[in-house]
Design a protein around this ligand. Structure first.
Ligand SMILES: [Zn+2]
Ligand SMILES: [Zn+2]
Ligand SMILES: [Zn+2]
Length: 153
C-alpha cells in the first residue's frame, strides 16, 4: 500500500506547474492520479485501461504516451527502462531539486522504491565502465531484490 496522500500530491503538482508556467490539464491529471494511486509500476497500456475504465471519452494510446512524456520531462513520473513501466515520483510534494533517481524493485510484490545513491557511487561505476570500454552509461539504476515485507514471508 502506498501511504501517499494522493489529493495533496496532485495539488502540490498543480502548484509546481503554475510556478513553471505549464498546465496540468484534466487528462494529464488523470494519468498522474492513476500512477499516484497505483501500488506497483504500470505499463502505458494499463494506465490507458484504468483511465478509460469509467470514461465515456476514452483516451487514445497516443495521448497517453504524449502525456507520459510530458510528466516525465517534469519529473512527476519515471519510467523503469527494464520493465517499460511507469511510476509516480516519490517527491511530488517536495520542494528540493530532483536528484538522479535509482530504483529498487521487489521481485516478489513488484513494489518500487525511488532512492538516491550518492553521486560518488555513480562515478565509481562510471570509472569501472570506462575501464571496460563503455561510455555514456545510463545514470538510472534499477536494482532488483526483496522488500522487507516479502523477505519476512
Ligand atoms: Zn522522482
Ligand atoms: Zn523529496
Ligand atoms: Zn515485496
Amino acid at each position: 500500500m502506498r501511504t501517499v496522500n494522493s489529493e495533496k500530491a496532485i495539488s502540490d503538482v498543480e502548484q509546481k506547474c503554475a510556478d513553471r508556467g505549464i498546465r496540468l490539464t484534466r487528462r494529464r491529471k488523470e494519468v498522474l492520479r492513476t500512477l499516484v494511486l497505483a501500488e506497483s509500476a504500470l505499463s502505458a497500456y494499463e494506465i490507458a485501461e484504468q483511465c478509460n475504465a469509467d470514461s465515456n471519452d476514452p483516451m487514445p494510446a497516443m495521448s497517453v504516451y504524449r502525456i507520459l512524456d510530458f510528466l516525465r520531462d517534469q519529473q512527476f513520473v519515471h519510467r523503469l527502462e527494464t520493465a517499460n513501466k511507469y511510476i509516480s515520483c516519490s517527491h511530488l510534494s517536495c520542494g528540493h531539486d530532483h536528484a538522479q533517481s535509482q530504483f529498487l524493485i521487489c521481485n516478489e510484490c513488484r513494489k518500487v522504491e525511488e532512492i538516491d545513491f550518492s553521486s560518488e557511487a555513480f562515478s565509481v561505476m562510471e570509472k569501472a565502465a570506462s575501464a571496460a570500454g563503455f561510455s555514456s552509461i545510463s545514470p538510472q539504476l534499477e536494482v532488483r531484490g526483496l522488500c522487507d515485507s516479502c523477505e519476512i514471508n
